[in-house]
Structures are given as structure tokens and as C-alpha cells.
Design a protein around this ligand. Structure first.
Ligand SMILES: [Zn+2]
Length: 68
């Protein structure tokens, strides 16, 4: 079984560096914040998808360490 940590999304980039976007609940919304660059965004739906998009676009980090 895969363990899912719903409070953060982490991906590795091509250089093996880990990038983490944290997901915080704020009322009905969730707030995303990136440890690497300080990017922040509120997302009501699919915050993890938005986090993955940011990691891929901003950091070219697309490798899911929990899948490897
Ligand atoms: Zn970032």
C-alpha cells in the first residue's frame, strides 16, 4: 500500500534535489507554499494537482519519490 502524506507534495528534479510544496488547510480553502522559492497560492480544488504543476513548471521536478 502506498502511504499518502496529504500535507505536502514532494518531487525530485533531474539533479536529484527534493522540492516540497506544503498544503495547509485554511477554512474552506487550502493554501500551498513552496519551500524552494516561496511561491504561494490558494486553491479550493485539487491543491495537490496545483502543487505538482508548480513543481514541474518552476523546478522541473517531476519524479515522485513515493513511486520510485
Ligand atoms: Zn517553487
Amino acid at each position: 500500500m502506498t502511504r499518502i502524506d496529504s500535507s505536502k507534495v514532494s518531487r525530485w528534479d533531474l539533479h536529484g534535489r527534493e522540492h516540497v510544496v506544503r498544503v495547509r488547510r485554511t477554512g474552506a480553502q487550502r493554501t500551498l507554499s513552496c519551500d524552494t522559492c516561496g511561491w504561494r497560492r490558494a486553491a479550493q480544488f485539487l491543491p495537490w494537482l496545483k502543487a505538482e504543476e508548480h513543481l514541474a513548471e518552476a523546478h522541473q521536478a517531476t519524479v515522485d519519490p513515493t513511486v520510485a
